[in-house]
Design a protein around this ligand. Structure first.
Ligand code: NAD
Length: 318
């Protein structure tokens, strides 16, 4: 039976580091980290995400400014708001909750966000920096879900070097940046997607499998190599019939947890795996941005959680 990777506990640890970093910044330079959260429309899932982000930011001593715009907001109005936030010296991170209503072009909006405030890491320049890797990562913001997934992997695999990693999904938000992060860790990476032939046999050769396909419980134990480490990014709500016969729903991942647990050595649950890491990494990116705006080095390594001592050694003692 696989060990369960507890993303909820690890995310709590990251948030406590973020709070320490925020407190130190406030004390040292009087800069208060601040995240602007822009929500357009009434999408219920988006409202829940935005609420959770705002609450957890407050717990980490990160200020938030909420901008709620109605469903019929036009692109020009949204771009004006982003321009104002780009120019506001007290705002360090700008988050525009996706998806946006159909009259707005998402790419134009994302690329209008100042690169150095793009804490979601979706701007074309941040995507380019991640793709180049190396020192460029120190200037980039890395998308929160793949960053959270990588932090979980680094905490659970002694050395990723040379491991066969398969990423299921090639979206700009998860699959592609995940594959680039794993290349940076010297994994041998294969990306599979909806047009890939023999997805199962490719997965069965992987030491590490990261699944972001948006297909409920698609990857099962038969697809996995004995001892594989499995990161399930999927969040899907599926209908269930409750014990009393009434109709309800539950959240499942893209991996069939039960059968996969019999093959994997370690696996993330859904919920309680990658989900909490995404918000923790957003807050981490926001505090990093505030440090950069204050002219200080990053409080943590881009993809490592450095200790305070390592931090001092790197940025203060030298
Ligand atoms: P997406 O729909 O943009 O991309 C899905 C990808 O999966 C595509 O590249 C597609 O080619 C691939 N795919 C679809 N069917 C496949 C199949 N049968 N075999 C192989 N590949 C297949 O989705 P996304 O935004 O990348 O999200 C993926 C999943 O992750 C969703 O369940 C989403 O809800 C979840 N998600 C979770 C978080 C989090 O915080 N945990 C964040 C973002 C997304």
């Amino acid at each position: 039976m696989a060990n369960i990777i507890d993303g909820k506990a690890f995310a709590a640890k990251i948030r406590s580091q973020v709070k320490e970093d925020a407190d130190r910044l406030i004390e040292k330079s009087k800069v208060e980290p601040c995240l602007a959260v822009v929500l357009v429309g009434e999408n219920p899932a988006s409202k829940v995400y935005v609420g959770a982000k705002t609450k957890m930011a407050a717990e980490c001593n990160i200020k938030t400014k909420d901008y709620k715009l109605n469903d019929s907001t036009d692109q020009e109005t949204l771009l004006k708001l982003i321009k104002m936030l780009n120019e506001d010296p007290d705002t360090h991170g700008i988050l525009v909750q996706l998806p946006l209503p159909k009259q707005i072009d998402e790419r134009s909006v994302i690329d209008a966000i100042a690169v150095e405030k793009d804490v979601d890491g979706f701007h074309a320049i941040n995507a380019g920096r991640l793709s180049i890797g190396g020192d460029m990562l120190n200037k980039a913001f890395i998308p929160c879900t793949p960053l959270g997934s990588l932090l979980l992997l680094k905490d659970n695999v002694d050395d990723l070097t040379g491991k066969n990693a398969v990423v299921v999904g090639r979206s700009n938000i998860v699959g592609k940046p995940m594959s680039q992060l794993l290349i940076e860790e010297s994994c041998t990476v294969t990306v599979v997607h909806s047009k890939t032939k023999n997805v199962e046999s490719i997965c069965s050769q992987a030491d590490v499998v990261v699944v972001a396909a948006g297909r409920p419980e698609m990857v099962n134990g038969d697809w996995l190599k004995e001892g594989a480490v499995v990161i399930d990014v999927g969040i899907n709500r599926i209908p269930v019939t409750k014990e009393d016969g009434s109709e309800g729903s539950k959240i499942v991942g893209d991996v069939d947890f039960e059968s996969a647990s019999n093959k994997a050595s370690k696996i993330t649950p859904v919920p309680g795996g990658v989900g909490p890491m995404t918000i923790a990494c957003l807050l981490r990116n926001t505090v990093t941005s505030a440090y950069r705006h204050a002219g200080l080095g990053d409080p943590r390594g881009t993809v490592d959680s450095e200790s305070q001592d390592q931090y001092k050694e790197k940025y203060i003692n030298h």
